[in-house]
Write a protein that binds this ligand. Structure first.
Ligand code: ATP
Ligand code: MG
Length: 429
C-alpha cells in the first residue's frame, strides 16, 4: 500500500478482535470511578499551544520535543493534547466549577499525542484514563486515589504484578531549597555527569534524579536527599498518606528519585510499575499539584490526580492472560431461517424477542444460504444456541432451539414462549 494510505507511525488501529478487551477494561474502570463518586468530563483534543507550555513547563521533555503543534487556518498555534491535566484545569477554570472551594472529583478518557520513539508500550497516539480532584488538600484524598487503583488491579487480576512507588516532592518552597542543594552538589561533579544531565542541571535539575545513565547514577548515590528537605507540612502530609495505605494494607516502596516528568507536581508523587512489560513499566502515574491552578491564572486551588495508560494495561491483561472468558463471546443466540417465508417470520420474531429481552445478543443470519452454511456461521459466531426456522417449524409455529456448546438435544419452542425460554438459559450481560 502506498505510504500515504497507511496509518501514521506510532498511531494504531484497534481492531475488532481487540476492542472487547478494551471495552472490558474501560467499563471496569468507569464503573469503579462511578462507585467512588467521580464524574466524567470531556475536553477537546486540541488546545492552544500556550496552555501546555504554561502548565506542563517549557523545559520538560513533553513541551521541548514531543508535542504535535501546528498552525491552524487563523494562524493560531494549536497542539494535540499530550496529556489531560492541563485541559481539565483549563475547563474547570473556564466554567468556574472549582470557585469558592467547590470540590470536583473528575475523570476523563481519550487519546493523547506525543512524538516519541514508537516501541512496545510507547506510541504517538495512546490512550489514557485520567482523574483530577480539586479543592481537597489532605492526604486522605491522595490515599483514596491509590486505594481505588489498588482495587482496580485486584478486579483485573493483575495486583501481584504491579508495585507502588511513592515519594514526596514537598511544597514549592521546600522543593526550591532542595533544588539549590542538589544543583550545588551536582555542579561540583559536573564532569562526571552525562551530557543530558549536564543540560538538565541548568534547565530542570530534579530530572537528573531519574537518569538512566550509570555514571550519573553513581554520582547521585551521595547526593542530598529530598526527604531531608521536606518542610513540616509536607512531612505530615506524607506521613498521613502512608498511614492510610498501611491501614488498608497496600504495600509501597519509597523511591526518593521519583520526580515525574511534569513540572507541576508538589507533595505526593506516585507510580504503579510492573516488570511484565519490559522497558515501558509505568502503567499509572500521578501526584499532587497544589500550585498549578494558580499558575494558570486561577485562585489558589489544590489538585491531585493520576493517569493510566490504557495500551499498557491492556497489554498486561494479555501478557498475564487475565482475559475473562465472557468477553470473547459476543453473540448469545444466532437465528437461521430457510426460505423467504421463514426469513420474514424470523425477522419479526427476532424483534419481538428483542422487545422482551433488550440485553440479549441475538444475531439474525444475513445473506440467506443453505442449512449447512448458516449453521457454520452460527457456530463460528460463538453463539450458545442456534434458533432454526424451516418449513416444518413454520407449519407448526415453533422454532428449533439447538444448543451449540456442549450437550442437549434440539427442542421445539412455540414462538410465543421463545423469549421466556431464552431468559431462563442465557445469562444476559
Ligand atoms: P513514561 O515515563 O513511560 O514516558 P510519563 O511519565 O511520560 O511515562 P505520564 O505523562 O505520567 O507518563 O502519563 C501517564 C501514563 O500514560 C504512563 O504511566 C503510561 O502508562 C502512559 N503513557 C505515557 N506516555 C505514553 C506513550 N507514549 N505511549 C503509551 N502510553 C503512554
Ligand atoms: Mg514520557
Amino acid at each position: 500500500m502506498s505510504k500515504s494510505l497507511q496509518a501514521i507511525r506510532g498511531m494504531n488501529d484497534i481492531l475488532p478482535e481487540q476492542t472487547p478487551l478494551w471495552r472490558y477494561f474501560e467499563g471496569t474502570v468507569a464503573r469503579l470511578l462511578d462507585n467512588y463518586g467521580y464524574k466524567q468530563i470531556r475536553m477537546p483534543i486540541v488546545e492552544f499551544t500556550e496552555l501546555f507550555k504554561r502548565s506542563i513547563g517549557e523545559v520538560t521533555d513533553i513541551v521541548e520535543k514531543e508535542m504535535y503543534t501546528f498552525e491552524d487556518r487563523n494562524g493560531d498555534s494549536l497542539t494535540l493534547r499530550p496529556e489531560g491535566t492541563a485541559a481539565c484545569v483549563r475547563a474547570v477554570l473556564e466554567h468556574g466549577i472549582t470557585g469558592g472551594g467547590q470540590v470536583q472529583k473528575l475523570w476523563y478518557i481519550g487519546p493523547m499525542f506525543r512524538h516519541e520513539r514508537p516501541q512496545k508500550g510507547r506510541y504517538r497516539q495512546f490512550h489514557q484514563i485520567g482523574l483530577e480532584v480539586f479543592n481537597l488538600d489532605g492526604p486522605d484524598i491522595d490515599a483514596e486515589l491509590i486505594i481505588m487503583t489498588w482495587r482496580l488491579w485486584g478486579e483485573l487480576g493483575i495486583r501481584d504484578a504491579v508495585k507502588l512507588e511513592l515519594n514526596s516532592l514537598g511544597t514549592s518552597e521546600s522543593r526550591g531549597r532542595y533544588r539549590e542543594a542538589l544543583v550545588e552538589y551536582l555542579s561540583a561533579h559536573h564532569d562526571k555527569l552525562d551530557e543530558d544531565s549536564q543540560r538538565r542541571l541548568k534547565t530542570n535539575p530534579l530530572r537528573v534524579l531519574d537518569t538512566k545513565n550509570a555514571d550519573t547514577q553513581a554520582v547521585l548515590v551521595d547526593a542530598p536527599k529530598m526527604a531531608d528537605y521536606l518542610d513540616d507540612e509536607s512531612r505530615a502530609h506524607f506521613e498521613g498518606l502512608k498511614a492510610r495505605l498501611d491501614a488498608v494494607g497496600i504495600p509501597y516502596v519509597l523511591n526518593p528519585k521519583l520526580v515525574r516528568g511534569l513540572d507541576y507536581y508538589s507533595k505526593t508523587v506516585f507510580e504503579w510499575v510492573t516488570d511484565k512489560l519490559g522497558a515501558q513499566g509505568t502503567v499509572c502515574a500521578g501526584g499532587r499539584y497544589d500550585g498549578l491552578v494558580e499558575q494558570m491564572g486561577g485562585k489558589p486551588t489544590t489538585g491531585v490526580g493520576f493517569a493510566m495508560g490504557i495500551e499498557r494495561l491492556v497489554l498486561m491483561l494479555e501478557t498475564l492472560e487475565q482475559i475473562p472468558e465472557e468477553i470473547s463471546r459476543q453473540v448469545d443466540v444466532y437465528l437461521c431461517a430457510f426460505g423467504e417465508h421463514a426469513e420474514l417470520a424470523g425477522l419479526a420474531l427476532a424483534e419481538r424477542v428483542r422487545d422482551q429481552l433488550p440485553n440479549l445478543r441475538l444475531q439474525v443470519n444475513a445473506g440467506a444460504g443453505s442449512f449447512k452454511s448458516q449453521f457454520k456461521k452460527a457456530d463460528k459466531s460463538g453463539a450458545l444456541y442456534a434458533l432454526i426456522l424451516g418449513d416444518d417449524e413454520m407449519a407448526q409455529q415453533v422454532v428449533g432451539f439447538k444448543p451449540l456448546r456442549g450437550q442437549g438435544e434440539q427442542q421445539s419452542i412455540a414462538w410465543d414462549a421463545l423469549a421466556a425460554h431464552l431468559a431462563t438459559c442465557v445469562v444476559q450481560g
